[in-house]
Design a protein around this ligand. Sequence first.
Ligand code: ZN
Length: 254
Amino acid sequence: MSASTSSVERVARLASLIRAAGSVVALTGAGISVPSGIPDFRSPGSGLWENVDPMEVAHIDAWRADPERFWHFYGNRFQTLEGKEPNGAHAALVELERRGKLDAIVTQNIDRLHRRAGSARLVEVHGSIDTSSCLSCGARYPIAEVRRRLDASPISVPGCDCGQPLKPDVVLFGEWLSQDALSEAYALAAGADVLLCIGSSLEVHPIAQLPGVTRQNGGAVAIVTQGATPWDSRAAVKLDGDVVAELDALVAAL
Ligand code: ZN
């Protein structure tokens, strides 16, 4: 890939790859939600995790040992995410799916913005804040009900009808990823002619493994991400402009 290749040419190249592909799968990370006002928590100075150690407060052991402290932190996180709306990049993926150009989205994001934008086939490998569950009786509650119980609780811990504290259906530190979600993500990556990696540094497991799975099975890796990734030199196309502008241009070029 020549450094002098213009952005327009790279978008055109990605569009032709997608037109020729039998299966296109998108893999999305925090970068696609930044235009919605959700900071990438691994970016320095983004605020969310500045005064806490996420490995400590967002750990399953913390939820078990001290639900009050856990929900004090997580309740803030809910509030940060609840008011946010999908942006043009989420909408562009809905449009690709509608046109039959996108089979599925595998996302690391827990913010449920793909779901709210209207994407149909979605694999949320780290879970989602959309629901919270009771690990004792298995009951599951939608986010609006969890919010109501959180606000009504004198100790700010949303509880199940059975009396136990609820746990958000996101994968906390110290928890295993869902085997079903993982299997589906690997199968999609293996079957993809184009794996379209958007807004991800491609450094966090299991997302980091998926480009390799696609390549081993003969597919191409395309990257729409600001900043470097370990896959840049092996990517068929790398777009590093604003994620909304790049995906709008892609949709227009198809
Ligand atoms: Zn329960």
